[in-house]
Design a protein around this ligand. Structure first.
Ligand SMILES: Nc1ncnc2c1ncn2[C@@H]1O[C@H](COP(=O)(O)OP(=O)(O)O)[C@@H](O)[C@H]1O
Ligand SMILES: [Mg+2]
Length: 255
């Protein structure tokens, strides 16, 4: 029996990592990592090189683990690509956000999932419907945004973040993975992006966010995981944890 087996709760976690390991050469980027992710904001912290990004890459289908498995709603699920992860309801947002600069907000949101209508039996892209749906979804995230027909090239970092998050929401992602989503943002944009993330968690989405700002993570997260040297060294309730506890876990002084 592993440590995690003792943390039994009644519900099946939306997403679960089981005994994940990943080697890069001689470096154990992940070493026997098991975590349950439930609805709400799941924070992950840890020093540089702790394995946070490697974990998110495996959960988003960018990398395959050497050992272990990912479970979605209790079912073992092979995430061989980001497409496979999406099909399983897992969306990931990276710092570069993968938006196409030359396209409009609406076209970015619907990229690869365009709305189609038929004219005399001929399928054509329904741009008006895409714009309307995009505008409605963007209103919901409550961030100041030009019309969805505007090119994303004109957007600020925070607005780009909002577009990427809106895309995830609109397609019913049940799990959203964010790796340091505010790293490239200014203070005001950071506040706006974090509000969107918190709203998403409040709506019952399962959000997994890697962050480096410990006070912020302590305040925002519903559950916090601390990683060190490829392992999960603590899984804590932020309401009953201090900054000092977190830094101790990160450097291992309470080991
Ligand atoms: N593609 C890669 N090739 C070689 N080593 C890697 C690669 N990706 C990550 N690593 C190594 O794996 C360890 C964990 O990295 P990473 O998951 O990026 O940590 P974190 O996101 O917590 O800073 C680090 O030692 C890093 O150098
Ligand atoms: Mg990283």
């Amino acid at each position: 029996m592993t440590v995690n087996d003792t943390q039994t709760t009644t519900s099946v976690p939306r997403l679960a990592a089981r005994r994940l390991s990943k080697l890069y050469g001689h470096v154990a980027a992940l070493d026997d990592v098991s975590i349950d992710f439930r609805p709400g904001l799941n924070g992950i912290i840890g020093d540089n090189g702790a394995g946070k990004s490697t974990l998110l890459k495996i959960l988003s289908g960018v990398e395959l683990p050497d050992e272990g498995a990912v479970f979605v709603d209790g079912r073992p699920t092979l995430l061989v690509s980001t497409r496979a992860a999406r099909a399983a309801g897992i969306e990931s947002l990276y710092q570069d956000l993968a938006l196409v600069d030359t396209m409009s907000i609406a076209d970015n949101i619907f990229l690869g999932r365009e709305r189609i209508r038929r004219v005399l039996g001929v399928p054509i892209v329904d741009r008006r419907r895409m714009r309307n749906e995009a505008d409605a979804a963007l209103r919901e995230v409550r961030i100041r945004m030009p019309s969805a027909r505007v090119g994303v090239r004109q957007l600020s970092g925070g607005q780009r973040q909002a577009v990427a998050i809106t895309r995830a929401m609109l397609f019913g992602a049940r799990v959203v993975l964010l790796d340091e989503p505010t790293a490239a943002l200014g203070p005001r944009e950071t506040a706006a992006a974090l509000r969107i993330v918190r709203d998403m968690a409040d709506r019952g989405e399962t959000v997994v966010m890697v962050g480096h700002n410990l006070p912020q993570m302590l305040e925002l997260a519903d559950a916090l995981i601390v990683m060190r040297a490829g392992r999960v060294v603590a899984s804590v309730d932020p309401a009953h944890t201090t900054l000092r506890d977190l830094t101790d876990f990160m450097v291992g002084s309470n080991a």
